[in-house]
Design a protein around this ligand. Structure first.
Ligand code: GRG
Length: 313
């Protein structure tokens, strides 16, 4: 495996260097667009409490990785940010609802998320469950009624892909195997991979593919993007597991060291930290190689892959 830092670099003639792509500026701009759209997406209605609970978690921050991936692949495939914003918001609603439910006492029983008290700690378990349900249903409504300039046939494919990512074929299935594997001695890498390709990978893949579907990308592009997404999805989780050991609560915005405490099987518990980092690097290299064919158009997605590896929270 070759590290990106060690690739031999042939200097280009003066004046012909490609313009630098500034990921931090790109992410900040996209985040602002997503935050503005999310802020407007859930107006307070009646009964006020449930709207407040939904808004509390959706507007609590977060990296907004899934919406940004959706916007990036839509643009890569020739579409616009405007076409993809409703789906981008829906992805964040779905992601947030999965966090709300994951934090419940019946699941991971967490008190902090995104640097704030978890939804059930503020609103109670009953409302937190309903806030999750409300967000999930609203995400699909939002895509269906707010998306513009996209053929209905493509929109239908997006809706199907979102459903597939949430259902037993995705997040729900991954969560069930995760719950079942708790307390299991020595779960295998295959079980870990199943859990995380479903719990984490499925929605990341849906984020990447939905943007491209909105822009009516051809099948060959979808296949490459799907492979990119699967690789970054697994790398994302390996990094997450490493950060659970190496990062602080302040950096993570949630309880650190939870996996160790719960004696949960993780990639570092099987491979150790250094090998886990090597595996993540190799997945990121493979993800980036998938996109080489797209040239400069893939720069945001390539930079996001690097960001996933280098992130500290
Ligand atoms: C979807 C119907 C339905 C039920 C939910 C609870 C559950 C079933 C699934 C758990 C899904 C889950 C919480 C997966 C973990 C995904 C993950 C790595 C979250 C952290 O993502 P980041 O780092 O978080 O992108 P931010 O806060 O930055 O958005």
């Amino acid at each position: 495996m070759i590290s990106t830092n060690s690739v031999p670099h042939t200097p280009l003639p003066v004046g012909s260097e490609p313009a630098q792509f500034d990921l931090m500026t790109y992410l900040a701009e996209r985040r602002t667009q997503v935050e503005t759209a999310l802020e407007q997406s859930i107006p307070i209605g009646h009964p006020e409490k449930i709207y407040q609970a939904m808004r509390y978690s959706v507007l609590a921050g977060g990296k907004r990785l899934r919406p940004i991936l959706c916007l990036a692949t839509c643009e890569l495939a020739g579409g616009t940010v405007e076409m993809a914003l409703p789906t981008a918001c829906a992805l964040e609603m779905i992601h947030t609802m999965s966090l709300i439910h994951d934090d419940l006492p019946a699941m991971d029983n967490d008190d902090y998320r995104r640097g704030k008290l978890t939804n059930h700690k503020v609103f109670g378990e009953d409302i937190a469950i309903l806030a999750g349900d409300g967000l999930l249903a609203y995400a699909f409504e939002f895509v269906a009624i707010k998306t513009q300039h996209v053929p209905a046939s493509q929109l239908l494919k997006v809706v199907a892909r979102l459903g597939h990512a949430v259902a037993a074929t995705g997040l729900v299935g991954g969560q069930v195997v995760d719950l079942e594997s708790e307390g299991t001695e020595n779960p295998t890498v295959e079980i870990l991979n199943f859990i995380h390709t479903h719990k984490t990978g499925a929605l990341l893949e849906a984020s990447v593919l939905s943007g491209a579907l909105l822009a009516s990308a051809p099948e060959t592009t979808l296949q490459r993007l799907s492979q990119y997404a699967r690789n970054i999805g697994l790398a994302f989780q390996i990094v997450d597991d490493v950060l659970d050991i190496t990062a602080t609560k302040a950096e993570l915005g949630k309880t650190a060291g939870k996996d160790l405490q719960a004696q949960k099987a993780t990639y570092p518990s099987i491979w150790g930290i250094e090998e886990s980092k090597r595996q993540a690097q190799s997945l990121i290299d493979a993800a980036k190689a998938e996109l080489a064919i797209f040239g400069d158009k893939a720069r945001p997605l390539i930079a996001i892959a690097d960001f996933i590896l280098a992130r500290t929270h």
